[in-house]
Write a protein that binds this ligand. Structure first.
Ligand code: ZN
Ligand code: ZN
Length: 768
């Protein structure tokens, strides 16, 4: 047996670590080169650094890297940027916790300095995992959303939209998180079924009797302004038009018939108070009721709540229930599951508070944004609906102002004379809470005194500009015009209603266009039993030990083959281990092939032509799949081809010829190996490159995906089932006769239909 060119007997994870260094020393290998072909810009999700990198995210970004790599190998000039989204509440909370000092007790300047310090190390951790996983984003030029440059860019876009009259200031009830002490947009809310108690409370009627309302928020009795019952509700018909007395607080409120009341919930009667939910908000507006502020920005009862003032809402609820009980006005309390709105970040219940905020108009553009959503191609197609449903569900404009520190400042000053809100010229990074006002006088009242806005943007205001940043909007017009809309937005399913929606809205407002041509949506990484993985729930598996144990290629092959397109997936060590076995198999096959010299051509026998016909089919399928952002097909089809066809059948049939130096067999062995390596290079870049470099020289990542070979009779593939059946049959006979598979066997004839392959088959099985 000749010496294999692939020296190592088996695949070794140390090869991966070596290749990370080799690739770092060859920056041109993955660099964006506009001369390479049509430009293809990916709007890579800038991850939010918080602790280490979630293994589900590592899988998601691996898939995005496979798309980038395959597009490069399809001949595109791929711009694959990397950013880190560093603004926001997560890093603020880390600092608050570390120093046990809440945000509003800090000196602003000092707090910002601590955040900067803290976030640097965390972001670096993500980039090092990306490198170790063989991801080919342009890490050397990573952009940061908290850089002065990026913040100036965000502010310039705000200034542009401000001049178009798209922002307004309003005092209106909106979602508010007492834990984060900030108003929230609808997109920041998650609903979760939580146990709650539904209290049945009697509201006495002056002329006797009572209306019994059902509520989960009895502490809001103080803010009740009316009671509603359904117009068809026989139970309460007599009460409609009368006035009821609110227990404990004594105010008189009208009982009305209103279709918003639910016949089948609780008693059928509901109190409308400021504010328990969106229905309350709507009815206060519709019925022009006077709101009472019962809960403050820290989640405590206000002075309006009398004896309950200063209590947290939950404590007040207990006291109110006890007092109702003593007053004989509590009929009963039921335990129910209640869809509770929670703050997505702090996972605590949100309130509806009326507070002054800056809003970006969005409701009036719903139809246009819908059309943008329709104009983008989704992968998988069904996930377009996630975006459409979200657009349809919007009920309020986007509140974009936050009372936080480590965010992009809203670039606004107010005239002290007349209150006019003024924006500066775009281009600089402005910090109105500390910078001098960049105006001489107010154009309205000629006052020369200004006060800077001290609020900041919702972080989605920054990240929804990422597509404009990477296409160099406003910074390089030629480049922008040739790359907008960007080719691809890849992202997780959980941020369709935020990142994807806001980007689509912004691009329409600024450019009257869709932001992307294609949208690729991947699922969430769950634990092995299908539950979401959080550090707080104890089922969290960090990414780094997984990589150390199985290697990047095994995780990547798992990411391609074991996660359905767009579906949530379970991170299963057993399956990652299975992926590792495939890499071992590929190595063994490559090592065998590498013991023969690579030939430029050879005289093909029918067996050679047959496997090349199968290879042509494989190439066509894989190219088509890569083109359609399907990673499962290339991964699984290459595995099947190698494991079930090429190794057990073809290699065994031609071994004898190959050892004799038959150029048809030797040429074909290498042709198949080379093409398999090219087809698999986007998915398992380490193993394929290690083999390529040792056997053929250069890097497989400088290659294009293979094209189908011409001159191969495609109809030969029709023999595949018969060849497989014949071989299995002979192996079966040898096994049942207790002889080794390499032993000769008598009395077996090659069927007439496989005549063309007879010589190779006879030799393979040693048919006597
Ligand atoms: Zn919160
Ligand atoms: Zn003025």
């Amino acid at each position: 047996m000749p010496e294999p060119k692939l020296a190592a007997k088996q695949w070794d994870l140390a090869f991966e670590e070596d290749l990370v260094k080799v690739w770092a020393s060859e920056p041109d290998l993955y660099a964006f080169d506009p001369d390479r072909g049509p430009t293809y810009v990916i709007d890579t999700p800038p991850p939010y650094p918080s602790g280490d990198w979630h293994p589900g995210a590592v899988v998601g970004y691996s898939q995005i890297d496979m798309i980038a790599r395959s597009q490069r190998m399809l001949g595109k000039a791929v711009l694959f940027p990397m950013g880190l989204d560093q603004n926001g509440i997560n890093i603020e909370r880390t600092v608050e916790k570390k120093y046990a000092k809440p945000l509003h007790e800090w000196n602003r300047e000092e707090f910002i300095a601590r955040c900067r310090e803290e976030i640097r190390g965390i972001g670096e951790g993500i980039l090092s995992i990306a490198r170790r996983m063989g991801m080919t984003m342009d890490l050397a030029r990573t952009y940061y959303t908290d850089s002065d440059e990026y913040r100036a860019f965000s502010q310039a876009i705000f200034i542009d939209l401000f001049h178009q009259g798209l922002f307004y200031r309003g005092e209106r009830p909106s979602f508010y998180c007492p834990a984060c002490e900030t108003p929230l947009a609808e997109a920041d809310i998650v609903y979760e079924g939580r146990p709650a108690r539904l209290a049945y409370i009697r509201f006495p009627l002056p002329e006797g009797g009572a209306v019994t309302i059902a509520t989960t928020r009895p502490e809001l009795l103080v803010a009740c302004r009316t009671v509603i019952v359904h117009p068809d509700d026989e139970r309460w018909r007599a009460a409609v038009g009368k006035t009821a007395t609110v227990p404990l607080f004594g105010q008189s409120v009208p009982v009305r018939a209103h279709p918003e009341a639910k016949l089948d919930f609780g008693s059928g009667a509901a109190m409308i108070c400021s504010y328990g939910d969106m229905v309350d908000v709507r009815l206060f507006r519709e019925l022009q009721l006077e709101p009472v502020k019962a809960i403050d920005e820290r989640g405590r009862m206000t002075d309006a709540a009398g004896p309950y003032a200063g209590l947290k809402a939950e404590a007040a609820r207990e006291r109110v229930l006890a007092d109702l009980q003593s007053a004989g006005l509590l009929e009963k309390v039921e335990s129910i599951q209640h869809q509770t709105p929670l703050c997505e970040r702090s996972r605590t219940p949100v309130e509806f508070l009326s507070s002054e905020a800056w809003y970006l108009k969005q409701l009036e553009f719903r139809e246009a944004v819908r059309r943008s959503a329709e104009a983008m191609e989704f992968h998988p197609p069904r996930h377009r609906q996630l975006l459409l449903d979200w657009i349809d569900s919007l009920t309020i404009d986007w509140p974009v102002s936050r009372r936080r520190y480590y965010h992009t400042e809203i670039p606004l000053w107010y005239c002290k004379g007349c209150g006019l809100a003024m924006v500066p010229k775009p281009g600089k990074y402005y910090r109105p809470w500390k910078d001098p006002a960049p105006f001489d006088e107010c154009p309205n009242c000629a006052s020369t005194a200004f006060v800077g806005e001290d609020r900041v943007f919702d972080t989605w205001m920054d990240s929804s500009n990422s597509n404009l940043w990477v296409t160099r909007y406003g910074r390089d017009d030629g480049f922008f015009e040739s790359t907008f809309p960007a080719a691809l937005r890849p992202q997780g399913r959980e941020i369709v209603r935020t990142w994807l929606y806001y980007t689509t809205l912004k691009s329409w407002l600024l450019r009257r266009d869709k932001p992307f041509r294609h949208v690729f949506i991947h699922g969430l990484g769950l634990d092995a039993s299908g539950r979401a993985m959080h550090r707080t729930t104890g089922n969290y598996v960090p990414a780094e030990p997984l990589i150390a144990k199985y290697g990047a290629d095994a995780i990547r092959f798992f990411a391609a083959t074991e996660t359905g397109p767009g579906e949530d997936f379970r991170i299963s060590e057993a399956k990652i281990g299975g992926a590792q076995k495939f890499i071992t198999k590929l190595w063994n096959v490559a090592r065998f092939v590498s013991s023969f010299p690579a030939l430029p051509a050879g005289k093909l026998k029918p067996t050679d032509e047959w496997i090349l016909a199968e290879l042509n089919r494989l190439i066509a399928e894989c190219r088509g799949a890569y083109d359609a952002y399907d990673l499962t097909v290339p991964g699984t089809r290459c595995r099947e081809f190698l494991w079930n066809l090429f190794a057990p059948h073809y290699m065994e049939m031609v071994k004898g010829r190959a050892y004799e130096g038959d150029d048809g067999a030797v040429y074909t062995l290498h042709a198949v190996l080379q093409d398999l390596l090219r087809l698999l290079a986007p998915i398992i870049p380490f193993c394929t490159d290690k083999i390529w470099r040792e056997v053929y020289g250069g890097s497989v990542h400088g290659e294009l995906l293979p094209a189908e070979r011409s001159g191969i009779r495609g109809d030969l593939a029709r023999f595949t089932p018969e060849i497989e059946t014949f071989n299995s049959d002979v192996w079966g006979r040898k096994r049942s006769a207790g002889t080794s598979l390499g032993a000769p066997i008598a009395g077996v004839a090659v069927p007439e239909s496989l005549h063309a392959f007879e010589a190779d088959l006879r030799r393979m099985h040693r048919l006597a």
